[in-house]
Design a protein around this ligand. Structure first.
Ligand code: DX5
Ligand code: ZN
Length: 217
């Protein structure tokens, strides 16, 4: 059976219709939602913040929200996101001087803690924090935009982590869809983020089914 969970990134969805887009993705078989927050500083783009997440939570109850915080000073938004109903707070290793303190605050706020690493970042940087983390998110594009090309060089990072940590949640994010999910699953990722490949597909239910059947076979 498939031990992968599929979490859509709604970055390339119709953001004026966010709640309906999320509901449709859940109805199509998604396991959770990956919500991309950008601050125009850590990455050269802007999306939305905790006030939007709070409204979304009211219309999409009971679904696991992973906040992908592509922001400088990630400590700033921990309380706001917890209060908005976020379940996991994934910050970037590159974005803070004090990852341990950031993780401590995330836990104190009652959320799960994830750490993301950009394609140029060495995987070994996460090792001092592994025991404190619920998830490592391995980026397979440089964050900032949906619809970029999957960087398969990053698979070696997932393989490295999976060889060391059999039960760690390992996420993969960027350019993942029916054509690239196999590599991710083979490397050992179990949290699969899929943005444009899924959101722009003609049949989302079929697309999720296709992704699951690739990794199931
Ligand atoms: C990158 C974001 C991703 C990404 C997913 O900045 O973190 O979540 O846009 O979208 P696709 O699958 O289109 O790369
Ligand atoms: Zn993301």
């Amino acid at each position: 059976g498939c031990s992968c969970s599929i979490g859509p990134s709604i970055l390339n969805a119709d953001l004026s219709n966010l709640a309906a887009e999320c509901q449709e993705l859940i109805a199509a078989g998604s396991d959770y939602l990956h919500l991309d927050v950008m601050d125009g500083h850590f990455v050269p783009n802007l999306t939305f913040g905790h006030p939007v997440v709070k409204c979304l939570r009211a219309k999409v109850p009971g679904v696991f929200f992973e906040m992908h915080m592509m922001v400088s000073e990630p400590e700033k938004w921990i309380e706001g996101m917890a209060d908005a109903g976020a379940d996991m707070y994934t910050f970037h290793y590159e974005a803070t001087d004090n990852p341990k303190e950031c993780i401590r605050k995330i836990r104190e706020a009652g959320m799960k803690a994830g750490m993301g690493i950009n394609p140029p970042t060495q995987v070994e940087v996460v090792l001092p924090y592994i025991d404190l983390l619920d998830c490592v998110l391995v980026m397979t594009v440089n964050p900032g935009f949906g619809g970029q090309k999957f960087i398969s060089d990053c698979m070696s990072k997932i393989e490295f982590l999976r060889s060391k940590f059999t039960t760690l949640d390992i996420g993969v994010d960027g350019g993942v869809g029916p054509n690239t999910i196999q590599q991710c699953a083979d490397a050992g990722a179990n949290l699969i983020v899929s943005g444009s490949a899924l959101v722009k597909s003609a049949n989302k239910k079929q697309c999720i089914y296709d992704m699951r059947s690739v990794v199931d076979s």
